[in-house]
Design a protein. Structure first.
Length: 398
């Protein structure tokens, strides 16, 4: 029987929308049991996000598969009792409220660690629990803007551009999972839990690659370069006869090979392009030489040439192309889930491949829960309710 590394770990998921649910989805993929707490009647905010199919949000379904949904009215004495019973028995609590929200409910980390000293308390927020911005609300695009990534995304001289996926939320969720795992590992030695404070803005700063060091040394903030790389040349996308192709010639040898297959041998010894530093200083001139040649063939023709010569290259796929990509299929990165009321839908798979977990078991295959679907089960298992009491509760709140 397959054993995933987090099997037996119980996580109380108080989060909603994206950053927190993405964090718990990652932990669920590794085997953790996720008990998702939702508000009565409406549930997670993202249940209302479009597109809706038969009343079900595709947004919600894509990041909440395999979780257990329990409805708890945190403002009622009954709900508080249920919450306290569960929190005493879990390993991790994840929330992504604005700092101070859990404290107002009476359940900040300092209170909860008394109830459960082994509890890992992972809090994901826009700006973290310290600093002058701590109390501000935030969403993905706000931290993308404040964190600098939008200033280096887009075309030179153009308007700032949001990254096409919610990278502010997603990266915070990833760092949240990373921090949670580190705290669980530390608990093995100390026997104690701890709080994990994840700020979306911090995470945006952390993924700026070399932009901070470069700005510090040169004294000039970088701007957007569109389809070019700020430090490596040639490393960009070119228009072909029918589409685009990306070529990444990351060293002098690859540059020479790229020149040869595009009939640009004269560029190899051109003093303007002899080293990467030279090429970087003259990237626009160099790009024009390659673009002139590459527009003469189709993307498919160029990819055959580049792959044969082991030149790193690839197409710019639209999302529908991923459904038929053999590499994506082999790695189980498009997952088909049978969702009640909708039928089969495709969502992204688990990118973490572990040698002890067979490929057929690496993904969570269960559907995303209906609002309160597991309330009876959770109340009976964690809160000491009998079946009649649990059913009465669901009738009242679900």
């Amino acid at each position: 029987m397959t054993h995933k590394p987090l099997e037996g770990v119980k996580i109380l998921d108080m989060s909603r929308v994206l950053a927190g649910p993405y964090c718990t989805m990652m932990l669920s993929n590794l085997g953790a049991e996720i008990i998702k707490v939702e508000t009565p009647k409406t549930g997670d905010d993202s249940r209302a996000y479009t597109p809706l199919i038969h009343g079900e949000s595709i947004y919600f379904l894509s990041i909440n598969r395999g979780k257990k949904s329990v409805v708890i009215n945190m403002k009622s004495p009954e709900g508080r009792g249920i919450f306290e019973s569960i929190v005493k028995q879990v390993d991790v609590l994840v929330e992504n409220f604005r700092p101070g929200t859990m404290e107002k409910l009476g359940y900040g980390y300092e209170t909860l660690k008394v109830m459960n000293p082994r509890l890992i308390y992972t809090a994901i927020s826009g700006f973290g629990h310290t600093g002058p911005y701590a109390g501000r609300p935030a969403y993905d695009m706000i931290v993308q803007g404040m964190g600098g990534i939008m200033s280096i995304t887009g075309e030179p001289g153009g308007n700032p551009v949001r990254v096409g996926t919610s990278i502010g939320d997603v990266v915070a969720g990833m760092f949240g999972a990373y921090g949670t795992l580190a705290a669980l590992y530390a608990r093995n030695d100390t026997g104690r839990g701890q709080s994990v404070d994840i700020a979306m803005l911090d995470c945006q700063v952390a993924i700026l690659e070399n932009a901070i060091a470069k700005t510090s040394v040169l004294g000039i903030a970088p701007g957007p370069l569109g389809l070019k790389h700020p430090s490596i040349t040639p490393f960009e996308a070119y228009r072909t006869q029918n589409n685009w192709v990306i070529v990444a010639a990351g060293n002098d040898k690859l540059f020479a090979q790229f020149c040869q297959v595009t009939d640009n041998e004269q560029l190899i010894t051109d003093p303007r392009f002899r080293t990467n530093s030279d090429r970087n200083r003259n990237m626009d001139e160099l790009s024009a030489f390659f673009q002139q040649k590459i527009k003469q063939k189709t993307t498919e023709e160029w990819l055959k040439i580049f792959y044969k010569q082991q030149i790193p290259a690839g197409p710019i796929n639209t999302i529908d192309k991923l459904f038929e990509d053999p590499q994506i299929a082999e790695r189980h990165m498009i997952l088909e889930v049978d969702q009640p009321h909708i039928g089969k839908i495709k969502i992204s798979g688990n990118p973490v491949k572990l040698s002890d977990v067979p490929a057929e078991d690496e993904n969570i295959k269960e559907h995303a829960p209906a609002l309160g679907e597991h309330t009876i089960e959770i109340l009976m298992q964690y809160a000491g309710y009998d079946e009649e009491e649990a059913v009465a509760y669901t009738v009242k709140y679900c």
